[in-house]
Design a protein around this ligand. Structure first.
Ligand SMILES: [Fe+2]
Ligand SMILES: [Fe+2]
Length: 273
């Protein structure tokens, strides 16, 4: 019997209209709007939506205000909460000011919400000014304390940097202190971890826990010839269903031509995930 279903989006890389960067010209917010419409039209009826980071592409306050309006529209359309975490292309101070509507600060953004007996924990793996990700000691201590009391139906953890290696992908895409985080999660009521950052679907287990990195709504990443990497026009989302007996992940691919957006040497990959 299905206990809960939620929609996982990631790497939306949105900017406000008119923002001056190559990603802004691709109107990536339109893709997120289409995803919300698709979820609604397909009658997925999730309990919540979670977006696992790289909400913006180097966003400022105006970008986060705009993204908040997109997220609020999606939340109203589906009639469910939309929760977010931060990625390496996000910035804490403008996120707090533009998205959360509070005083700007560099305070890490992490939380625990209970939805229909499930606990959704969002972690902040983004490190100021860095491409790599890690969970700081304060969050690890908070997480350990939080998980010491099980939720009624179990816990889902959302973060940007994945804990699993991606076959053939160079660079420091994996969470730097995944072992530490894994040790905190192991043996608790956590039934799934959802992540992004790698712009490709990658599903497996870590410490025996289901772990999913999703492809994202903005673009897909693919290896190209001559040691290059390319970003192609791609958009998708995952429907994660939790059953008595386990978790399933359904990957939804939105219609698109998979045209190439950018291509760059593999060494430059760290700047583009
Ligand atoms: Fe990222
Ligand atoms: Fe990304």
């Amino acid at each position: 019997m299905e206990k809960l279903k939620f929609v996982h989006l990631t790497d939306t890389h949105m900017n406000a209209p008119g923002a001056d960067n190559p990603f802004a010209k691709l109107n990536l917010a339109d893709k997120v709007k289409r995803v919300f419409e698709h979820v609604n039209a397909a009658s997925v009826k999730p309990a919540f939506v979670v977006i696992t980071g790289d909400l913006t592409h180097e966003g400022n306050v105006q970008d986060y205000e705009y993204i908040r309006s997109i997220v609020d529209e999606g939340s109203a359309l589906l009639g469910v909460p939309v929760h977010v975490v931060l990625g390496n292309h996000d910035h804490r101070a403008p996120f707090r000011e533009g998205f959360l509507k509070e005083a700007p600060s560099e305070q890490a953004y992490y939380y625990s919400h209970t939805i229909q007996g499930f606990r959704l924990i969002g972690l902040n793996s983004q490190v100021k000014g860095q491409h790599h990700g890690e969970i700081d000691a304060e969050q690890l201590a908070w997480l350990e304390e939080t998980l010491s009391t099980p939720a009624e139906h179990g816990t889902i953890v959302a973060l940007h940097h994945p804990m699993l290696n991606i076959n053939g992908m160079p660079g420091d895409h994996v969470l730097a202190n995944r072992e530490q985080l894994g040790n905190v999660l192991e043996g608790t009521d956590v039934i799934g971890v959802v992540a992004g950052h790698v712009h490709t679907n990658n599903v497996g287990t870590y410490k025996g826990i289901c772990h999913v990195a999703a492809t994202g709504t903005a673009f897909g990443g693919e290896a190209a010839e001559d040691n290059h990497f390319k970003m192609v026009d791609f958009c998708g989302y995952n429907v994660v269903s939790v059953y008595e007996e386990g978790v399933t992940v359904q990957t939804i691919v939105m219609p698109g031509m998979q045209d190439e957006f950018f291509r760059f040497p593999v060494e430059a990959l760290m700047a583009h995930n």
